[in-house]
Ligand binder design. Sequence first.
Ligand code: CMC
Length: 424
Amino acid sequence: MSEYAEIDLGNGSRSKLQILHGTEGPSAIDVRPLYQSNGVLAYDPGFKSTASCKSAITYIDGEQGILRYRGYPIEELAKKCTFTEVAHLLMLGELPYAQALGDFTQTIHDHNVLHEQVLSFYNGFRRDAHPMAVMVGVVGALSAFYQDLQDYSKSEHRHKAAIRLFAKMPTIAAASYTYSIGRPQRYPDNRLDYSSNFLQMLFGRPNQAYEVDPVLAKAMDLLMILHADHEQNASTSTVRMAASSGANPFACIASGIATLWGPAHGGANEAVLKMLEEIGTPANIPLAIKRAKDRNDPFRLMGFGHRVYKNLDPRAAIIRDMTKAVLKHLNMENDPFMAMALELEQAALADEYFIEKKLYPNVDFYSGVLLRAMGFPSRMFTALFAVARTSGWVSHWLELKNNEHGIDRPRQIYVGSGLRHVDR
Ligand code: CMC
């Protein structure tokens, strides 16, 4: 039976709006008839109280610190699955069994190489360009390729575009890095799994074989799983909005990469490391905490706080443990960045300001420390995030294309000047 909420609009009119329930999580008031029936808009800048769509991909309970992909807790997926299996789960709805996994892996192998002409785009960039700037450009440029299967009303064409993006993204990201250091781009090696392959394309030298370190490959796979999807975050919402206009999927994902780059979103792991560098020594931590609390100081504790989590980000706990394991493996147990991060976390969690505002470490707090120890230059941190998040973006793109609701078009409250005339 349908439930309704009756709202007094304050102008003598009332509106009866349906209440919608999901499988779990908060209910939502369906405000769609509001404007049509009452001429009133809903105002929610930043979308803090808005459900922009119905989605069956990822569930988050920010108060409890819960994250699930298609119903499976992130902790179980991190422990028991590979990233390729998780990507299959996100994109196709189920974890793959033997045959399905083999087929999925084969399709990735069929599509992980870049068209040779795409490589010429890299030469147009400065060597010191940020890898995310290069990725926005190169992924957008893919819209000009693959003109064979562009009838996205057909599920086969949609699926092929999603696989192409997912399969090529590590190759694109790795080439952004090798170009920046003047090393030739390495081709994917189909004997390796997705994450090991990414590592060999990034760090392999042209004149020698690349030995995959299984501990680092496992850490990379785990990071990919943890960053794969996060429901309607800024970059995913951007991809969905671009897709609502019927835009080319490669262009849609390029818009997601552009949004992810921001320091309030995926750029935060790079910012965390920069912040730890700036703080310099544990003796300066009290000053950093003081500055973070000062409303007149733009300094924020990067890697802390989250729009949805008001509890420990479950991904942060998993990454913290993995960081410790990798540092031990690399004989870097006394890593100064890790020591600073642990001390900073403790100091913040004991501080009234952070307790009251429910600011906990997020996914980015430890990932920078881990990636640095693995040999990643800090400018590649967000690029790695983009590779992982492509699995989520294309899943949302597929979901939207399966259930299109027309072009997204928010409205506004106009606060500019009233009618005036050109006085001449
Ligand atoms: N350091 C100090 N104060 C903070 C911080 C922080 N990191 N985060 C939030 N606050 C304060 C903020 O100033 C505000 O105070 P007041 O109530 O006095 O105005 C209050 O906490 C609520 O903050 P908000 O900005 O309204 O929260 P939000 O939900 O809009 O922002 C956030 C979430 C992630 C943008 C923010 O916490 C932040 O800037 N954190 C640092 C950047 C970061 O780590 N980003 C990665 C996010 S996780 C990766 C991803 O999903 O992309």
